[in-house]
Design a protein around this ligand. Structure first.
Ligand SMILES: Cc1cc2nc3c(=O)[nH]c(=O)nc-3n(C[C@H](O)[C@H](O)[C@H](O)COP(=O)(O)O)c2cc1C
Ligand code: SF4
Length: 481
């Protein structure tokens, strides 16, 4: 298998074969990561624990499929056969919470790529069909959908919009960011979104939520992560007017959207996916390893401290208090951004083509998110809290995840890349079936490198369906160069 020219500098997880190997490695690296040596099965397993939300929706177990787009919709925002295949895999994974399935744009200008799904009047039938397909596939596999909760992730891609061409960024920004403007070639005086445009966008979110409810989805996620627009509001310290500077102003966006949805789509549950901490953007150092792209003090990382490479969750907690006041229960946690600090967002041994070599053993990245989510869960026990970034754990994923659940450090284990390569992992763990080694995601990052180079996403190295595609050869050539 081609992994490009890059030779990893950290031991592969697959080499940490025994509990002793793993423990020794964690100790040597100073990584605080608990794990259970034995996995529980049946009703005794914390993975089997169900939850009914205050809004009355039941989630039948503690596995969640995280949203993942495939850059494979039609240019008018409809799902294709590839989209349907991915969603079907989510439906038959065994997980009982499908968090949004993938980012869906609420406005044409807010699309992250010209093939991103878009929920508008013309596409309603398609979204309805997708929902029905998820329900019927899940029912065929597991007998019932009474305890399956499926939502839609609503998004505006802000600084990372590419609505018309895969190579042409058309950013919509809230403030001039001293590092990101430069990194992505924007002049300091690049025009900002006006308050009027933001009002129109809030209306678009509410209309999208009404459409999501009409087509069956039980909740919508108002995405506040990964450097996209919702997340950028939270760090709009320098923005003038009613959406900037004070925390009250920076959190106005979620309040106004929530008020609109409560009025126009009663009964629809609202969730938030949030980067609970952020760091300074990273870039390649001389050896290709990631280094901070700006010196401290760095003051634009929401949930980060001034060093740019550490957490300070005090403002994140303030935001969570706002969500509590809004009676939002569903919280999906993540960190940073895949565009400017991917190693804290999706820890990987092999970087994507626009990334950098990991500056730390990726297990640090996994442990960092688990620790931050544990702090959130301790301070805000009423949220149903989903954790992310578990895929790098590979063989050890169930053992660490079980430990997290039993210690009450999260309510649900979110799975991203792992279900691209190994869709039925949750079902296997729930049934006590040993993991299928050949399907375990090894964090080769092809599913990120491909879209960064204008292609569709998918697990090219491990999923036979993508492996045999012609573009897999193109991808190998890109990686080799
Ligand atoms: C191909 C790909 C597409 C993604 N698309 C989205 C998305 O649409 N919305 C989102 O919130 N996160 C998205 N993510 C991030 C994942 O949901 C998840 O946070 C990340 O992959 C870390 O979890 P993991 O370690 O299980 O992969 C994407 C990740 C990948 C690899
Ligand atoms: S391409 Fe496959 S193996 Fe590589 S990171 Fe993505 S899901 Fe994992």
């Amino acid at each position: 298998m081609s992994t490009g020219k890059y030779k990893p500098q950290y031991p592969r997880v697959a080499q940490l074969k025994t509990a002793e190997n793993l423990r020794d490695h964690l100790n040597k690296e100073g990584i605080n990561l608990g794990f259970d040596e034995e996995l529980k099965t049946g009703d005794n397993s914390p993975f089997a624990k169900a939850h009914t939300t205050r809004a009355g929706n039941t989630i039948g177990n503690a596995f969640c499929i995280l949203p993942m787009e495939g850059w494979d919709g039609t240019t008018d925002g409809k799902p294709t056969e590839l989209t349907k295949r991915r969603w079907k895999n989510f439906a038959i994974s065994g997980a009982k919470l499908l968090w949004g399935c993938e980012a869906v744009a609420v406005q044409p200008s807010g699309r992250a790529n010209p093939n991103q799904l878009m929920i508008n009047e013309q596409n309603l039938g398609d979204f309805d069909e997708l929902y029905q397909m998820v329900e019927s596939e899940h029912k065929a596999a597991f007998g019932s959908t009474d305890d399956l909760l499926t939502g839609l992730q609503l998004t505006h891609s802000g600084r990372f919009c590419k609505p018309n061409s895969k190579t042409q960024m058309e950013p919509k920004i809230l403030y001039s960011h001293p590092v990101l403007n430069k990194k992505f070639g924007l002049a300091d005086d690049y025009p900002l979104m006006t308050d009027g445009e933001i009002s129109e966008l809030i209306d678009a979110y509410v209309i999208a939520a009404v459409r999501a409810q009409k087509t069956g989805y039980k909740f919508v996620d108002i995405k506040h992560c990964h450097g996209y627009l919702g997340h950028e509001f939270l760090s709009a310290y320098d923005r003038e007017g009613k959406y900037g500077k004070s925390l009250e102003n920076r959190t106005r966006f979620i309040r106004e959207i929530t008020a609109g949805i409560r009025a126009e789509a009663p009964g629809l549950e609202i969730g938030v996916r949030m980067s609970i901490f952020d760091w300074v953007p990273f870039k390649q150092g001389t050896e290709g390893t990631g280094i901070p792209a700006a010196e401290s003090p760095y003051n634009y990382a929401f949930g980060g401290n001034e060093s740019g490479i550490g957490e300070n969750l005090s403002e994140s907690f303030e935001f969570l208090k706002e969500l509590e006041k809004l009676d939002i229960e569903l919280l999906c946690t993540t960190a940073g951004s895949p565009y400017y600090n991917p190693h804290i967002q999706r820890p990987a041994l092999f970087p994507p083509s626009d990334g950098y070599m990991p500056p730390e053993d990726p297990l640090h990245g996994v442990a960092r998110q688990i620790d931050a989510v544990a702090e959130v869960k301790k301070a805000f026990p009423k949220f149903y809290t989903v954790g992310s970034a578990y895929s790098y754990l590979q063989e050890w994923l169930p053992n660490v995840a079980q430990n997290v659940l039993e210690a009450g450090k999260a309510d649900s284990i979110g799975l991203g890349r792992m279900v691209l390569s190994y869709p039925e992992l949750p079902a296997d763990v729930l049934q006590g079936t040993p993991m299928k080694r050949a399907k375990i995601c090894r964090t080769f990052s092809d599913c990120t490198t491909a879209p960064r180079n204008g292609m569709i996403s998918g697990c090219f190295p491990l999923d036979p369906f993508y492996k045999k595609m012609e573009i897999h050869e193109t991808l190998k050539t890109i990686k080799a160069s």
